[in-house]
Design a binder for this molecule. Structure first.
Ligand code: C2E
Ligand code: MG
Ligand code: MG
Length: 566
């Protein structure tokens, strides 16, 4: 059975071709479809169903060579033969260049010439197809390979921009695949890849293009005619539908795939395959990290699942440029006098999109490499604020700035502190840095170095949230630390819990022997302080004294305190 598509605007010519075909393939079953007025998008939908396509060069609205050119660039594999009455000598070259498989003169058409041309074209295309399949198929899994993906992705980008369509790329990567290989051996690793590829093909292969890009990485190209929607939704749907448990060695082996998603919209016509892949890769990386992050921060996971971390990252990256960051200040007061002795700068993100506090966005910024820039902004802004207060004749108090461990890994940290102090002409003793206890549990040699340098300028260091991490006591006295902030969770349990009081007092007495001052954090009720061995130089911080507040709210309070002192 041979299916012949004839694109020809003259009915007599169509009949002539049909009859010649019938003669040439006498006894064989033939079907003909006549298309007198072809449209490219219509042809693209049907042409794959034909074994051969005859195209008239002298169509009413456009030339046959242009049509063949359009079909070929859209990836059409059906052999096409150009028919012409034109005797121009270079037309055959033109036809072949456009992608025609052969070229026939209408007035020389005969059963012999049609039979030869058609048979030859079909056989050659079939051979090409087999070679192509071999070159474009991944031998292990049977899905398309990287070369095929690159070509298809390139064509898809061209298509979406030309027709105003959209492209989504899913990038999938199996987690801990190396572990599977190492534990169960390569043949079983291969089996996991085969089954995973089959699963992808089953889910997406019908409508989309599935490829193995290498190793344990797969890509799915999805061209859609309307906006493909929110990337997180695409990922969520894919994740929901994707089976990740495969029978291997008689057991159900569970593999988890991280999924990156990126889209190309019609106006992004200058995107290259590399760029699209790069963006998908970044999204994949975020997905992988996010899940690790959720594992580590179990307590926050519930909350984080509801927000789109990728969107948070994208907005957070631009938050300081968009003036969305603001510092609140929470006063610390003297245990002895109740007067404000210092301030802690606490970051707020006034995002129109997200309502998240620093306990959520700071860990995200730390995890995704944004904390250095944000931390730098906090230091600059704090110094600038001290300068403003000082210029306004306000009482100037030391400001404590929270620092994330990652900031200390940046060898420029010291320099940026030094520069900020110099720019705003601030005495270093007015700036204090807080580092959580967790920062001292591992890999701290770089950090100690930076801490020492900053301390040598004259800035103080405090350990934040002390008592819940596992800092080595042996290390503490070697560090340039002048203050310990007892973690809020101990105070929370006071005054009722005797153990919490004992621990707090143990921390206080340790601080004494190390010649460090103490800050009791999270004081909400004065009764919490009963039985604590605080001394005159210690400080209190908490809602009972003051909440974190804006600069303007604080100014009033400081002015009042100054007036009382007179
Ligand atoms: P932190 O440094 O321990 O800051 C104290 C936190 O406890 C603040 O939360 C403050 O609002 C809250 N707090 C103070 N007194 C009380 C109280 O009496 N009761 C209760 N329940 N809470 C109280 P906030 O502002 O949400 O900050 C959370 C954490 O985010 C901070 O904990 C700090 O680790 C981090 N953070 C805030 N700003 C920055 C920053 O600029 N850089 C870095 N790296 N981390 C920051
Ligand atoms: Mg703090
Ligand atoms: Mg704290």
């Amino acid at each position: 059975m041979m299916r012949v598509l004839i694109i020809e605007d003259d009915e007599c010519d169509f009949e002539l071709i049909r009859r010649t075909f019938e003669k040439a393939f006498h006894g064989q079953q033939l079907t003909f479809v006549w298309e007198p007025d072809p449209r490219l998008d219509h042809l693209l939908r049907i042409i794959d169903d034909f074994d051969i396509c005859m195209v008239d060069n002298g169509l009413q609205n456009f030339s046959g060579t242009d049509l063949i050119d359009g079909l070929t660039s859209a990836g059409v594999q059906t052999p096409m033969i150009l028919l012409t009455g034109d005797l121009r000598p270079d037309l055959d070259q033109e036809a072949l260049q456009a992608g025609a498989s052969d070229f026939l003169h209408k007035d020389k058409i005969s059963a012999t010439s049609v039979s030869r041309a058609a048979r030859y074209c079909i056989a050659r295309k079939e051979q090409e197809r087999r070679l192509r399949d071999m070159a474009y198929t991944d031998a292990l899994t049977g899905v398309a390979n990287r070369a095929a993906f690159d070509e298809r992705c390139d064509a898809a980008i061209a298509q979406v921009t030309k027709h105003g369509w959209f492209l989504n790329l899913l990038l999938l990567d199996l987690d801990d695949f190396k572990l599977i290989n190492d534990t169960y051996g390569h043949p079983h690793g291969d089996e996991v890849l085969r089954q995973f590829a089959a699963e992808l093909d089953r889910l997406f292969g019908q409508d989309h293009f599935v490829a193995r890009l290498g190793g344990d990485e797969f890509g799915v190209l999805m061209v859609s005619h309307d906006d493909p929607g929110i990337q997180a939704d695409v990922r969520r749907t894919a994740r929901k539908r994707l089976a990740t448990s495969f029978p291997i060695l008689g057991k159900d082996m569970h593999v988890f795939a991280s999924i990156g998603v990126t889209s190309v919209a019609p106006e992004q016509n200058d995107m290259s395959v590399t760029e699209v892949l790069h963006r998908a890769d970044r999204s994949l990386y975020c997905d992988k990290r996010r899940r690790r992050f959720e594992d580590v921060h179990q307590d926050r996971a519930l909350h984080l699942k509801e927000i789109d971390i990728e969107a948070v990252i994208q907005h957070l990256e631009r938050a300081s440029d968009l003036n969305e960051l603001e510092l609140y200040y929470q006063p610390k007061v003297s245990f002895k006098t109740g007067r404000i002795t210092g301030l802690e700068a606490l970051l707020r993100w006034n995002s129109p999109e997200f309502q998240v506090g620093p306990d959520v966005f700071i860990p995200i910024a730390e995890e995704y490499g944004l904390i250095r820039d944000i931390g730098h902004w906090v230091i600059e802004r704090s110094c600038q604020q001290i300068r403003e207060w000082s210029d306004q004749g306000m009482p100037v108090l030391p400001v404590a700035i929270n620092v994330s461990p990652a900031q200390l890994e940046d060898l420029n940290f010291f320099k940026s502190v030094q520069d900020s102090l110099a720019t705003y002409n601030i005495p270093p003793s007015l700036v204090e840095f807080e580092l959580t206890e967790g920062a001292f549990s591992s890999g701290i040699s770089n950090r100690i170095d930076q801490m020492q340098q900053v301390a040598s300028l004259g800035c103080n260091w405090a350990i934040d949230d002390f008592g819940i991490g596992y800092s080595s006591l042996n290390r503490l006295h070697k560090l340039p630390i002048s203050k310990i902030k007892i973690d809020r969770t101990f105070l929370e349990q006071l005054p009722k819990d005797n153990t919490a009081r004992d621990i707090s007092n143990a921390i206080i007495s340790m601080a004494r022997s190390l010649k460090m001052d103490v800050v009791a954090e999270g004081v909400e009720d004065p009764a919490q302080l009963d039985g604590l061995h605080l001394s005159d130089t210690d400080e209190l911080q908490g809602f009972h004294c003051y909440r974190p507040m804006t600069v303007s709210a604080l100014s009033g309070i400081l002015a009042k305190q100054a007036a009382q002192a007179i």
